[in-house]
Design a protein around this ligand. Structure first.
Ligand code: TPP
Length: 576
């Protein structure tokens, strides 16, 4: 037991949890804890320029490293600015501990200056939250907060600490165990269910694995690969799962969904057995649910029982840790295959034929830089330099092209806002990823609209010595919305035009302490990208691309995903 202040206890708890970096912005109600930082801690604090940035940095850190991200903010506007990243972490199952200061206990409920009901506001978007009004509770709350964030299906928690609690004294000892009788995430899998799943796989003629971000969260990539190879089952991988199975693997048929490939969507839709692993039948994948994969039996593996059967009834539900479930499954399949092997030659040939017939493709440039060309060259130049690349993205067309054209061979290398679709995610997530993995080359593929939402965090990157490279796919529009207006709103382009010139992104980058580059033609593209990648500083490339380019293929919202629309068939195209 050591006598200390609540503020110091927060830091001792972070240290005990192995936190090496946190992200935040101080203010009145959290000042005692910042004062404790000044007294000394092993935790590196990175000063963001906006709490939303701090939250996304913590998310990027968590997703690049597999550790819990920590964001800190003051009460009121500090806490409300954290709401978007908390919601983002909720939707994408990212482990996040948000710590906010609250007004003094005696003032709670009085509309005191900068008082906001942070636990109330975030109630639907956290796994759990605590409002700490007694300093003696602080150590156990911190222990429980980290435990809830990282165990079971990971996600965000909020610890809101009244200012007087931070200023009060306690006898501190950090508990060894959480005290959460009601929180019992599964640690085992039902063996009979796994056996049923194995039997279904061995008998299936047209099986497909449908793998999602849960595989990455569960650190189950090796087990997934063993299943795919051991059971000889092809796979599709969602946006959130990108990297959980090497993109180059011949059995990886890439992304299904709204802007996935036609072959990926057909592989799912025309299968007779879907083995869903750590994925949630999101509407952006299924399209019209009643028309989705009508002939397929469903095996659904997930750590979260609430996901199983939520959208599509599971014939064989398996709730539990994916690492364990997948390794048991592969063993069972191999054992059963001693007796019986189903011939899948026709299915494999069919998938291969679709892949060859329907590659990602775009129309060759007639002078204007194509966004896909920028991303393809960036991919190749990055791969030439190092295998250790972490990508982040904003949200929009550029995000979908990044999914289609980037090559990710390892988990935790593609970090994007999938569930909430948060514009502005890319730059701060890249800062957080770089803080987690300083030796990696961290590149953000951003849109001009997204970049305008959080670019102030370039100052954070520049001043904290976290050199990231941001490539803005600048089409001068809120491109994805413009595409919907063109295709579904009779070309009524209401309020989607931004212009390519304002702001001048290269100058803006320079003003924020980064190196700025501009390119608007194919001839200068390679030298510009190389210069940015080689400069060793935080850098921004403003790539002026074709403003009219649309992202194909596309499943219109509400349509059956089997009816995916391909690039209109005209002109000279470049296949991936
Ligand atoms: C915070 C937020 N506001 C609005 C949207 C709706 N939205 C989705 S994509 C998009 C356009 C993104 O534009 P840009 O960053 O330029 O990317 P592009 O689609 O042009 O590649 C918008 C406005 C969103 N996803 N997030």
């Amino acid at each position: 037991m050591t006598r200390m202040l609540g503020s110091d206890a927060i830091l001792r708890a972070l240290e005990a949890e192995g936190v090496d970096v946190m992200f935040g912005i101080p203010g009145g109600a959290i000042l005692p804890t910042y004062d404790a930082i000044a007294r000394g801690t092993t935790v590196r604090h990175i000063l963001a320029r906006h709490e939303q940035g701090a939250g996304h940095m913590a998310e990027g850190y968590a997703r690049a490293s597999g550790r819990v991200g920590v964001a800190m903010a003051t009460s009121g506007p500090g806490a409300t600015n954290l709401v978007t990243p908390i919601a983002d972490a909720w939707m994408d199952s990212t482990p996040l501990v948000a710590i906010t200061g609250q007004v003094k206990s005696s003032l709670i409920g009085t509309d005191a200056f900068q008082e906001t009901d942070a636990t109330g506001i975030t109630m639907p978007i956290v796994k759990h939250s605590w409002l700490v009004q007694d300093v003696r509770e602080l150590p156990q709350v911190m222990k429980d907060a980290f435990h809830v964030a990282r165990t079971g299906r990971p996600g965000p928690v909020l610890v809101d600490v009244a200012k007087d609690v931070q200023e009060a004294e306690l006898d501190f000892s950090y508990p060894d165990e959480p005290d959460l009788p009601g929180w019992k995430p599964p640690t085992k899998v039902h063996e009979r269910q796994v056996r049923e799943a194995a039997k279904a796989i061995v008998e299936a003629r047209q099986p497909i694995v449908y793998a999602g971000g849960g595989v990455i969260n569960a650190e189950a990539s090796a087990e997934l690969l063993a299943l795919v190879e051991g059971a000889r089952v092809p796979a599709v991988v969602t946006l959130m799962g990108k990297g959980c199975l090497p993109d180059s693997h011949p059995l990886n048929y890439g992304a299904p969904g709204m802007h996935g490939s036609k072959y990926g969507n057909w592989a799912l839709n025309k299968s007779d057995l879907i083995i869903a692993v750590g994925t949630r039948f999101d509407d952006r994948v299924t399209g019209k649910v009643s028309a989705f994969a009508p002939g397929a039996k469903i095996i659904h593996f997930d750590i979260d029982a609430a996901e199983v059967g939520k959208i599509r009834e599971a014939d064989i539900p398996v709730v539990g840790p994916l690492k364990l479930a997948l390794s048991q499954l592969t063993r069972e399949v191999k054992a059963l295959e001693q007796e019986k092997v189903t011939d899948r030659t026709a299915w494999m040939a069919q998938l291969q034929e679709w892949r060859e017939l329907y590659p990602y493709k775009y129309r060759r440039s007639d002078g204007v830089l194509k966004p896909q060309t920028v991303i393809e060259l960036l991919r190749d130049l990055a791969a030439e330099r190092t295998e250790d690349v972490v990508w982040t993205t904003g949200v929009g067309q550029h995000q979908m092209w990044a999914m289609q054209y980037l090559q990710c061979e390892k988990p935790r290398t593609f970090i994007t806002s999938g569930g909430l679709g948060t514009m502005g995610y890319g730059v701060p997530a890249a800062v957080g990823a770089k803080a987690a993995r300083p030796d990696a080359t961290v590149i953000c593929v951003d849109g001009d609209g997204c970049f305008q939402m959080t670019n102030q965090e370039l100052a954070t990157a520049a001043l904290e010595g976290l050199p990231i490279v941001t490539v803005i796919i600048n089409n001068g529009w809120l491109g994805m919305v413009r595409q919907w207006q063109e295709m579904f709103y009779a070309e009524r382009f209401a309020h989607t035009h931004l212009t390519k010139q304002v702001p001048d992104y290269a100058q803006l980058a320079e003003a924020l302490g980064a190196a700025g580059f501009t390119v608007d033609n194919e001839d200068d593209l390679e030298s510009t990208l190389r210069a940015a990648l080689d400069c060793g500083r935080t850098a921004v490339v403003d790539a002026h691309v074709d403003p009219d380019e649309n992202c194909f293929p596309m499943v219109p919202a509400g349509a059956a995903s089997v009816d995916i629309i391909e690039l209109p068939d005209e002109g000279d195209v470049i296949p991936r």
